[in-house]
Design a binder for this molecule. Structure first.
Ligand SMILES: [Zn+2]
Length: 269
């Protein structure tokens, strides 16, 4: 029997509440916000995605709801992967790399390593951050910090929320609730596995990639980390080619991204 989860219980499970967000580097958010706007990915734009074509996509999702859905999807994704134990050298290295990154931009993060070869990493609205051991194998500590900063950027700039809306729009249960004029008061546990698959396989646009690159770069600067790691990490991902899967398919790289990053680095020095 499918376990039904009410929205109320989901919200209770939500790890963070927007009201509790306290920016620990407000200036970054200002600059990133400006960049996001320039890239055409303002909050307003995200909210308006698909409004004309699909009532479900126009459905206003609060941050608390996004976090609640993300937390449920994270449970599904974790259950399908082998999580490195606390004693694993991978976990110990990640903990060392991410020391001081417990809360970034008001988002309380929880990091875990998946024992998987594919070069991949992702972050979600509830603060879930996951990275594959295969990606850790090919990158330096600073390069990994950039990749994870970039992933956090997708969350904080609203890109992940847009992907979640798209995934929800394909959910029969969610559509039914929206069509009835109500909130999605209940969603089956098994639905989250499908939602998670759709969410994880969605590809980011180049505009979103560039905005998140800038966000990751700003994070490195605040953390006083070698900025050039942003460029070298991207070159490593690009070198994997189409066989790289993971980051290569969901975060398409391009020469423009690398040159945009280098230009920004040159002005930040
Ligand atoms: Zn990306």
């Amino acid at each position: 029997m499918l376990k039904k989860i009410t929205l109320a219980s989901l919200l209770a499970m939500s790890l963070t509440a927007p009201a509790a967000y306290a920016l620990d580097f407000g200036s970054i958010i200002d600059s990133v916000g400006g960049i996001a706007q320039a890239a055409g990915v303002s909050d307003k734009a995200v909210k308006g995605i698909g409004a004309a074509t699909d009532g479900v996509k126009a459905y206003a999702l609060s941050d608390a709801e996004v976090n609640a859905y993300a937390a449920q999807m994270a449970v599904q994704i974790d259950s399908k992967n082998t999580i490195a134990p606390a004693s694993s050298p991978y976990t110990q290295r990640l903990n060392k790399i991410m020391k001081g990154w417990g809360t970034v931009d008001g988002l309380k993060l929880n990091f875990k390593v998946y024992m998987a070869q594919e070069a991949n990493a992702f972050a979600m609205g509830d603060g879930t951050v996951r990275i594959n051991s295969g990606l850790m194998d090919i990158m330096t500590d600073d390069e990994l910090r950039f990749v994870l900063g970039h992933e956090i950027g997708h969350v904080r700039l609203g890109h992940s929320k847009a992907h979640l809306k798209t995934a929800l729009a394909s959910s029969a249960v969610f559509k039914g609730a929206a069509a009835a004029g109500g909130r999605a008061s209940q969603i089956a546990g098994s639905e989250y596995a499908q939602l998670a698959d759709k969410f994880l396989s969605a590809q980011f646009s180049q505009a979103h990639e560039n905005a998140s690159d800038t966000y990751g770069l700003q994070l490195l600067k605040v953390k006083k980390i070698n900025l050039q790691a942003a460029v070298t990490s991207m070159n490593k991902i690009a070198a994997l080619g189409d066989s790289g899967g993971g980051l290569m398919s969901t975060h398409p790289s391009s020469k423009d991204r690398v040159s945009n990053l280098q230009k920004q680095i040159d002005t930040m020095r």
